[in-house]
Design a protein around this ligand. Structure first.
Ligand SMILES: [Ca+2]
Length: 329
């Protein structure tokens, strides 16, 4: 079968019924401009004591540093679902890296290994169109965002990891979406839990039963207090940045290094140790990775007028009242 990956923008310009439908179907939360402290709120030793593992599990979260987000943006309330990804494929004929290369990374009970025949259409476990699209590479995710931009006339892209962590912390009650309690997340997330441990008894998991060994339908669990679902768990979320160690300097709208070898993934998935679901946790992997534990969430840029208005009411994440009711901005 010929490689039908998008090669000319003309194939993307005409909005189709399908593209309009999926653009409408995406729900966004308005994230105001503001500032926050990026990186772990605890020392590596404290993290190990609170969340598990050793201090050497947390090499990437320091130094904590102040980040300014100068423009408001809209972040999708959920991962892009398989149904939403299908609309993109139907409209463009796009073929993902997994389909072009003929394999994708799947967990075989011991490790993640390249497995022939799997893709977003068949992730190796049961999914409906309401589940997150997985087995998408960084380029696949970016292509979806580009298509949305060209069909709607509004820039859509992957969030930077600073935007992602800012939005996570804006809605979170602690180091996790649900607070600091490592086993207090029942009802808040599809994670590696006791359900998963019943199938994979050697895993280190949370103690709760969330009912899902693999992915769950998007928005099955409680949203963060600003209306974002599944920021903790379900499937890793690609960010736009190449990975680099943090610097202590205060920064404005960081976008990461101009080049690198690994892209950032955030949020944890149905697979992974308890610390990986925290706001501060940074995962990194080659951009061609297309595992059945990784998907993405879309950022939609705001018109300048909305951004300017929001910047007049800048939000300091770390001063938000944790008792504030959950709401969709
Ligand atoms: Ca689970």
């Amino acid at each position: 079968m010929p490689h039908k990956k998008m090669s000319h923008p003309d194939t993307l310009i005409s909005p189709s019924a399908a593209s309009e439908k999926v653009a409408d179907a995406l729900r966004f939360c308005r994230i105001p401009a503001g500032e926050f402290l990026m990186g772990s709120e605890y020392t590596a030793e404290e993290n190990a004591a609170k969340f598990g593992g050793g201090a050497d599990w947390y090499p990437d979260e320091f130094p904590r540093h102040r980040v300014h987000i100068s423009r408001a943006f809209d972040l999708a309330a959920t991962h892009v679902t398989r149904g939403q990804f299908r609309a993109f494929v139907d409209a463009t004929g796009f073929r993902t890296d997994a389909e072009v290369q003929g394999s994708a990374e799947a967990y075989n009970g011991i490790k993640f290994a390249k497995t022939p025949g799997l893709s977003w259409q068949n992730a190796g476990f049961e999914q409906t169109d309401q589940h997150p699209a997985v087995m998408v590479s960084w380029a696949d995710a970016a292509a979806y965002c580009t298509w949305l931009g060209q069909t709607t006339g509004i820039t859509h892209r992957l969030p930077t990891e600073a935007e992602w962590e800012y939005a996570y912390r804006l809605g979170a009650l602690g180091a996790y979406t649900w607070g600091d309690g490592v086993n207090a997340g029942a009802g808040w997330a599809n994670a590696a839990d006791a359900t998963a441990r019943s199938v994979y008894p050697t895993w280190t998991t949370f103690d709760w039963f969330d009912g899902f060994v693999y992915t769950a339908p998007a928005a099955t669990f409680l949203p963060s207090r600003i209306g974002l679902y599944d920021m903790s768990g379900n499937a890793w979320q690609w960010c736009s940045d190449w990975h680099a160690p943090y610097d202590a300097a205060e920064v404005i709208d960081p976008v990461g290094p101009v080049e690198g070898t690994k892209k950032i993934l955030r949020g944890g998935s149905w697979f992974g140790a308890p610390p990986s679901y925290r706001a501060a946790w940074r995962s990194k992997i080659k951009p061609t990775y297309r595992g059945h534990n990784a998907g993405f969430r879309v950022l939609r840029e705001c018109p300048e007028s909305a951004s300017a208005s929001a910047s007049e009411n800048k939000t300091a994440v770390n001063s938000l009242d944790p008792s504030q009711e959950s709401k969709t901005l």
